[in-house]
Design a protein around this ligand. Structure first.
Ligand code: PLP
Length: 413
């Protein structure tokens, strides 16, 4: 059987799950298109501003488009927001004040947030350095442990944070339905909580976003889902007007907030990226379902499984040996459009106890809406495989990587 015939056979098996993703794509594309139409986006909105960036109508309109898509009162969408961690930092620092408590209810947050929240030596300017208290409640069997959450909520708990995607953890990601249930409970426990959702990797995977099920403020990165593989940098914070303004005061300066911030020449790609995002996310998700099915059928454990509903882009694959995992990642790199001639090797990385391998032949540095495969080299040998600007590319790369591991016939179409 040729690879093309094999791919056809696999796609027959996963057809209903691919269709489910395409149905969401259609819904989300309509939502984005209608926002563009409602706000009458025109090519003059792409005009750059310089200096302070006062009266940057294109920037303001882009923020209105984001507000419409995410059902937010307001949004801050800027190229000056450098990463997901930066966007989340703006939201948390913007809203919290000394003696308030921040409570994460989805276990410890993603690694890079550790230093944003916790103080090692009082020099970093972490939230704790400013007298903000912090606690977290671990998940119980992959779900929010509401009993413990209720016990942990204090009179000074101001922000409850939910991380939608598992990131590089081994727990399941939290669906919008689960987030909705948790928010209902939280409102019952304490009405005035500010509920923050780290939306990284989640945008346009389901048909609703966290603000639609009661969250107050969300944040994410444009080199992930909402940049559509086109935006070269940027991040967003969206939600209640007053809270977004507080985040904007942290990005620029108190009292100035959203009024300044030159867009330089970035607006066209930010608009175009958002327009393409539902499609690119769909391509990546179909790639993830394909990868999950085909890797599982070759004996590797995959999470989520190909038939499970998804709420983010992350696909984990457990290999039997370190050698298999390394070979998989190295072959993904050979099948990348950029740096296909470069061989990734496991190496020490700050913040990790074990060596980490990273295959990322991406147009945008570190962009995980593009196909990447990485993970720490330790048992169980789990690689995180995600993204893919085109479904066809994921099929080619993953099939090729499996052939390489299995030492089967050489890869050809
Ligand atoms: C769930 C989650 N939140 C936040 C981040 C941080 O994003 P960034 O790497 O853009 O700072 C990540 C990164 O992968 C993540 O997975």
């Amino acid at each position: 059987m040729t690879i093309s015939e094999e791919i056809k056979k696999i796609e027959k098996q996963i057809e209903p799950y691919l269709q489910r993703i395409q149905a969401n794509e259609l819904y989300n594309q309509k939502k984005v298109l209608e926002a563009f139409q409602k706000l009458a986006v025109s090519d003059s909105d792409f005009n750059p501003t310089t200096g302070y960036g006062y009266d940057d109508y294109g920037r303001d309109k882009l923020e209105a488009v984001y507000s419409s898509v995410f059902k937010a009162e307001d949004a801050l969408v800027r190229p000056q927001i450098s990463s997901g961690t930066h966007a989340i930092t703006l939201a948390l620092f913007g809203v919290l004040r000394p003696n308030d408590q921040l409570l994460y209810i989805t276990g410890k947050p993603y690694d890079t947030l550790e230093q944003v929240i916790k103080s090692d030596d009082r020099k970093g300017g972490a939230l704790e350095d400013f007298g903000i208290e912090y606690d977290y409640v671990p998940l119980l069997d992959g779900d929010i442990n509401m009993k413990e959450v209720e016990k942990s909520i204090q009179s000074n708990t101001k922000v409850v944070a939910i991380q939608r995607s598992k990131g590089y953890d081994s727990r399941p990601s939290l669906s919008i339905e689960k987030i909705e249930k948790a928010i209902e409970e939280l409102r019952r426990i304490k009405k005035d909580l500010i509920i923050f959702v780290d939306n990284c990797y989640g945008e346009f995977v389901e048909t609703k976003e966290p603000l639609e099920v009661g969250a107050d403020i969300i944040a994410g990165s444009l080199i992930k889902n909402p940049g559509g593989g086109i935006a070269r940098t940027g991040g967003y914070v969206a939600g209640k007007k007053e809270l977004v303004e507080m985040a904007a005061f942290r990005l620029t300066a108190p009292g100035i907030g959203k009024e300044i911030g030159a867009s330089l020449g970035m607006l066209q790609e930010m608009y175009q990226g958002l327009f393409l995002a539902p499609h690119t996310v769909s391509e990546a998700l179909r790639g993830a379902v394909f990868s999950s099915y085909v890797l599982n059928s070759h004996g590797f454990r995959t999470s989520p499984s190909y038939h499970e509903k998804r709420t983010d882009l992350i696909q984990s694959v457990e290999f039997d040996t370190a050698e298999q995992m390394i070979q998989f990642c190295q072959t993904i790199q050979t099948q990348s459009p950029i740096n296909s001639h470069v061989v990734p090797y496991p190496a020490p990385m700050p913040g990790y106890e074990d060596e980490v391998i990273m295959a990322a032949g991406t147009f945008m540095q570190g962009a995980s809406l593009e196909l990447t495969a990485d993970g720490p080299i330790r048992p169980p040998y789990i690689a995180f495989v995600q993204g893919g600007l085109t479904y066809a590319h994921v099929k080619l790369a993953v099939t090729s990587a499996i052939y390489s591991i299995k030492n089967d016939s050489p890869f050809y179409m």
